[in-house]
Design a binder for this molecule. Structure first.
Ligand SMILES: Cc1ncc(COP(=O)(O)O)c(C=O)c1O
Length: 385
């Protein structure tokens, strides 16, 4: 008998994962594939983290922890806000999570009811939209482009609200995925203050803080007592598979977040939490990774226009270049497929990030080796010539 399948579970795929599967299949068939599709560091966890985890295994029970995480790690995270931003954070508001992905589910459930309306920039990270949709929360698209550096602004929000749009939440990411564009520090503060005053719950995804090229990344905590700030060990800390992230949660959401975390996850991974304590002492190695991203970025920003991708977002942070390829195609998915088969370069079509206008964009990730970036630029120059 045919069983019922829920409609809320039928969300779009994470297209980049499909591209990665195809790229891996080509690689398994012996092709020399250049991976510029996936947004993860080409490096493993820093040495200090690996050393700590070697010492731990065998000496520790590594059982369940408090739902909010181990006190040593929560204290390190709280201290990080003082060091990095000069902001004082109470350890009681620090919640360790199963990656920032776990933080999204818990914070969205705690802050929004089904039927609430949450605004987000398009293009943006696809999981925001897809998780909200699965939870029955309505997404209010803010189409953004080069005129606002692909970021939302107080003016845009004000015009939405004065046009009769009811908004319960706003998600921002600076640096953003896929564009790498950033809000200036005063713009972060303005947005945070506006949301706080207007009763709009701000969720600030700060996962790419630490990977910036000239613009200072500001935390929303600087100006809002009601914002939820989300971060992760996946990007700057180079620990994607450890599934470790965190949130700074305002007092009014704390108990709901605790009960949700207990029931959904029990606790974040114990081994990763113990190891994560060491990550805050590995700045030298991690800043070395950022230096490599900076070299990759400079190389691609120089070479891509020569190869034929002329219209690039500013890439102030993160490790992505979002290219407008509207002069080459109107179907970025087909374009990326052809690029993969004809040049063995894997890239992500813009449709992953912007269902309406993504057909004329693609995203390249420069998180890998510099030699790979140079080879990719060379192959593209020949291919597009
Ligand atoms: C903007 C953004 N937020 C969140 C995530 C998810 O990261 P994780 O769950 O590994 O912390 C990603 C991953 O690419 C991302 O780009």
């Amino acid at each position: 008998m045919a069983m019922k399948v829920s409609s809320r579970g039928t969300i779009p795929p994470f297209i980049v994962m499909d591209v990665m599967r195809e790229a891996n299949a080509l690689e398994a068939a012996g092709e020399n594939v250049l991976h510029l599709e996936v947004g993860q560091p080409g490096t493993g966890a820093p040495g200090g983290v690996v050393k700590r985890v070697r010492e731990l295994v065998g000496n520790h029970l590594l059982g369940y922890t408090d739902a909010f995480g181990i006190p040593e790690l929560r204290a390190k995270i709280a201290a990080h806000y003082q060091t990095a931003y000069g902001v004082s954070v109470d350890i009681a508001n620090v919640v360790v999570t199963t990656g920032s992905s776990g933080a999204f589910v818990v914070s969205f459930l705690a802050a929004f009811d089904a039927g609430d309306r949450v605004a987000l920039a398009s293009p943006g990270y696809p999981a925001y939209r897809n998780i909200l949709t699965a939870l029955g929360v309505d997404v209010v698209d803010i189409p953004v482009g080069p005129d606002t550096n692909f970021q939302p602004s107080v003016e845009i929000l004000e015009s939405l609200v004065s046009g009769g749009e009811s908004i319960d939440g706003l998600i921002v990411a600076s640096p953003s995925n896929p564009t790498g564009t950033m809000l200036q520090p005063e713009e972060v503060a303005e947005l945070a203050r506006y949301c706080d005053t207007a009763g709009i719950r701000l969720i600030s995804d700060e996962i790419y803080h630490g990977i910036t090229f000239g613009v200072r990344a500001e935390t929303a905590l600087i100006a809002s007592p009601s914002a939820v700030v989300i971060n992760s060990f996946s990007k700057y800390y180079s620990m994607t598979g450890w599934r470790l992230g965190w949130m700074i949660v305002p007092d009014d959401l704390l108990r709901a977040v605790e009960c949700l975390s207990q029931n959904l996850f029990i606790s974040p991974p114990a081994v990763s939490q113990q190891a994560g304590v060491a990550a805050f002492d590995c700045a030298e190695e991690l800043d070395g990774n950022v230096q490599r991203y900076a070299e990759n970025r400079a190389l691609l920003l120089r070479e891509l226009p020569r190869a034929g991708f002329r219209n690039l977002a500013s890439a102030d942070g993160a490790f992505y270049i979002y290219a407008d390829i509207g002069d080459l195609t109107n179907d970025s998915e087909a374009f990326c497929k052809r690029m993969l088969t004809e040049t063995n370069i894997a890239a992500t079509p813009g449709t992953d990030f912007d269902p309406d206008r993504g057909h004329r964009f693609l995203r390249l990730s420069f998180s890998g080796e510099t030699a790979v970036m140079a080879e990719a630029a060379e192959r593209l120059r020949h291919w597009l010539a």
